[in-house]
Design a protein around this ligand. Structure first.
Ligand code: CO
Length: 168
């Protein structure tokens, strides 16, 4: 069974993740479990803290269904501004327009520890920023007005209660 996705609000989602220092089978296992959880939930990106692992690892989906595995990513350059609709596996059924940079240049390591640089724009650039935000302990609703955020938080409390009732 795939790993369960942590729902917001939760401490692990609002804490900065730790850099990866060991490249090997435990990291490969985590990447496989993250891919499974993301695909099962039909997401286009996922961060390790969304499956409860506070490590600087994320998957960033391309339009064609393939994805980047990014370890210890940093945004090197940002430019332009564009607002696109976003959702999040940790905040189900909520879609909001989020302003972000239109283009980003990201440096990251792959599963073997080798460094890469990639330039992304448009939707892909949003996904990179959304996932790297997660690794820094931020979810997308933190880019919204406090009114919108508190309405979403109320709905999430109800959802979490309903899910808890189902389990009990
Ligand atoms: Co998300």
């Amino acid at each position: 069974m795939a790993r369960e996705i942590v729902l917001w609000p939760h401490k692990v989602l609002n804490s900065a993740t730790k850099p990866v220092t060991e490249f090997g089978p435990p990291l490969e296992k985590l990447l496989a479990e993250m891919a499974e959880a993301m695909q099962e939930a039909k997401g286009i990106g996922i961060a390790a803290n969304q499956v409860g692992e506070s490590l600087r690892v994320a998957l960033v989906g391309r339009e064609d269904g393939t994805f980047f595995e990014i370890v210890n990513p940093q945004i090197l350059e940002r430019s332009g501004k564009v607002t696109l609709e976003e959702g999040c596996l940790s905040i189900p059924n909520e879609w909001e327009k989020v302003p972000r940079n239109e283009k980003v240049k990201v440096r990251y390591q792959d599963r073997t520890g080798q460094w890469h640089e990639v330039e992304a724009e448009g939707k892909l650039a949003h996904v990179f920023q959304h996932e790297i935000d997660h690794l820094d302990g931020q979810v997308f609703v933190e880019h919204l007005s406090s009114l919108k955020r508190s309405l979403i938080q109320e709905r999430m409390k109800k959802l979490q209660k309903a899910l808890k009732r189902q389990k009990d």
